[in-house]
Design a protein around this ligand. Structure first.
Ligand SMILES: Cc1ncc(COP(=O)(O)O)c(C=O)c1O
Length: 356
């Protein structure tokens, strides 16, 4: 494995890659349905939910669309403090929903107070919020936001993007009162891209039944009918389901709490390394991501040169995202990455920076 410290797609363990090479099964066969059911059932532990988990052949963005199409006849409140949150807002607008943006600067968390105020001013069917903003390395306080939303507007459905955190950070869907919690395969789950997973509450499923024009591919009511028969309306990415089935076993063998602690320790190490090195972190303390760290490029490091140097040693990091390109750079610490990989990266970075 050549460690990729980029926030997805991340490295995939060789045995998980190999699981994809198993022969195909017809998706409407008993053999495949058994694997599908097992993978979907086991996934509920990752989401800390008693509700259903949909396994959908799409990338995570597809589920941004699913959320607004299934749960909003009209009104959406979109919390935006980063590029992926903004994509969700754009998706709601592109689907014709009456969407308000609740915006804060990209290096500030969305606070429960602003959500509470916005939901008191106007009724929204859906609230969208990103847990871990990969573009900035900021983690929003979802538990507190969800509590505030429930208090201000009990019927609003709370939809959370955990694309770059689920499986690396503990997010308790049921205990926190979330209605939809979505993720993609290629981040903390350390699978190849192409699979999106979403846990959905019963009340959200009931609401969806009365929402018109849900579309077809991401119609969760249709998907639920098939899911109850351990199947999907369209052909699923069978190889990815094989890989998920195995990867969940590997994740549980590590232990969820241990996995979260590993992510947190790596985040701590990278963040204190940067500060000790005299670099600044883009996100203030208290809101820093456990899975990806964004560092201000105040030394004006030539990031292309840095990556060239790192690639000679089979490593790479990520440039800043969108408007933060070259002004920041990002080090991901998620999925299969271990502390020893982080140490190797930091040593190489020190060597490069020392050369300058
Ligand atoms: C927080 C977040 N949300 C959504 C997405 C979009 O996910 P996908 O690329 O799987 O469509 C990404 C991708 O990086 C992301 O980081």
């Amino acid at each position: 494995m050549s460690p990729m410290f980029v926030p997805g797609p991340v490295d995939v363990a060789a045995e998980v890659l190999a699981a994809q090479t198993r022969p195909m099964l017809p998706h409407r066969s008993k053999e495949f349905e058994a694997i599908f059911q097992r993978a979907s059932d086991k996934s509920r532990q990752l989401f800390y939910t008693q509700y259903r988990v949909f396994l959908i052949t799409a990338s995570g963005s597809g589920l941004h669309e699913a959320a607004v199409r299934n749960f909003a006849r009209r009104t959406v409140l979109s919390c935006v403090n980063g590029a992926f949150a903004d994509r969700w807002y754009q998706t709601a607008v592109a689907n014709g929903k009456s969407t308000d943006k609740l915006e804060t600067p990209w290096n500030h968390p969305i606070t429960p107070e602003v959500v509470f105020d916005a939901l008191q001013k106007r009724h929204y069917e859906v609230l969208t919020v990103v847990h871990n903003e990969t573009s900035t390395g900021l983690q929003n306080p979802i538990r507190e936001i969800a509590a505030a939303a429930r208090e201000a507007s009990p019927s609003t459905l709370i939809c959370v993007d955990a694309v770059s955190s689920l499986g690396g950070v503990k997010i308790e869907m049921d205990a926190w009162g979330l209605d939809m919690l979505l993720t993609s395969s290629q981040k903390c789950l350390a699978l190849p891209p192409g699979l999106a997973l979403a846990a959905v509450s019963d009340r959200a499923m009931t609401y969806a039944q009365a929402v018109p024009d849900r579309g077809w591919y991401f119609d969760l009511v249709l998907m639920e009918k098939h899911r109850l028969k351990d199947s999907t309306p369209a052909t699923p990415a069978i190889s990815l389901i094989y890989a998920l089935d195995l990867q969940l076993e590997r994740i549980f063998a590590e232990g969820l709490e241990q996995r979260f602690a590993r992510h947190s320790a790596m985040a701590q190490r990278v963040q204190s390394w940067a500060l000790d090195f005299g670099l600044d972190l883009y996100v203030p303390p208290g809101s820093r991501s456990q899975t990806v760290t964004t560092i201000d490029n105040k030394l004006e490091i030539d990031l292309a040169e840095l990556n060239k140097f790192l690639l000679e040693q089979d490593m790479r990091i990520a440039n800043g995202y969108g408007p933060l390109k070259d002004k920041t750079f990002r080090i991901a610490h998620m999925g299969e990455t271990q502390m020893r990989d982080i140490e190797r990266l930091l040593a190489a970075m020190e060597k490069f920076l020392g050369k300058k």
